[in-house]
Design a protein around this ligand. Structure first.
Ligand code: AR6
Length: 179
């Protein structure tokens, strides 16, 4: 398998230098709290100006803008589901990761950083969200194994980091180091 193993880090996604960072936005794409607020503050007002031209975004879909003052060249804005405890939640959350990865491919980007979409204001239980996120990303990478794309899971707290590491270790064991 040619696909790169995803990385897991803790920290603030606005400081990550990569081709695109993903924003957990709302359907208006006009900013909000949480990671969305952090990204808009760090990118500066030109980001909001570009977002105003996009006509919003439905849950599970994604749209791309420039990154402006961010170290990342682009921001991929996706809208996670508000958690209701229904089957559709996981379908939409999975679609957020896939739509974002599809945009990265379309724009020939080779590194993308994700926050834990829907796990803040939108109330998705973290362990469930992590398992959907990891399965979505690994599934996509497997389906596009000739396209080199470094995925970075950016965890804002230790618990998210540990759960993501565990889920990855379970689904995608590290390859043995070759001598
Ligand atoms: N870097 C990385 N992760 C972060 C950061 C950061 N700077 N800040 C928060 N997180 P949330 P949602 C984590 O609420 O649940 C907004 O108002 C946070 O700990 O940002 O998808 C939007 O406009 C959590 O694990 O997004 C929408 O209205 C994760 O990011 C709504 O919130 C997602 O939390 C979207 O809610």
């Amino acid at each position: 398998m040619n696909a790169l193993r995803p990385q897991v880090i803790t920290g603030d996604i606005t400081t990550v230098k990569c081709d695109a960072i993903v924003n957990a936005a709302n359907e208006s794409l006009l900013g909000g709290g949480g990671v969305d607020g952090c990204i808009h503050r760090a990118a500066g007002p030109e980001l909001l100006a570009e977002c105003r031209t996009l006509g919003g975004c439905k849950a599970g879909e994604a749209k791309i803008t420039r990154g402006y003052l961010l170290p990342a060249a682009y921001v991929i804005h996706t809208v996670g589901p508000v958690y209701h405890g229904k089957e559709q939640d996981a379908v939409l959350l999975r679609r957020c990761y896939e739509s974002s990865l599809n945009l990265a491919l379309e724009h020939e980007l080779h590194s993308i950083a994700f926050p834990a979409i829907s796990t803040g204001v939108y109330g998705y239980p973290i362990a469930k969200a992590v398992s959907v996120a990891v399965a979505a990303v690994l599934g996509w990478l497997k389906a596009h194994e000739n396209y080199p794309l470094q995925v970075i899971f950016v965890c804002f707290d230790e618990r998210t980091f540990e759960l993501t590491e565990q889920e990855l270790a379970r689904s995608c064991p590290a390859e043995p180091v070759r001598e």
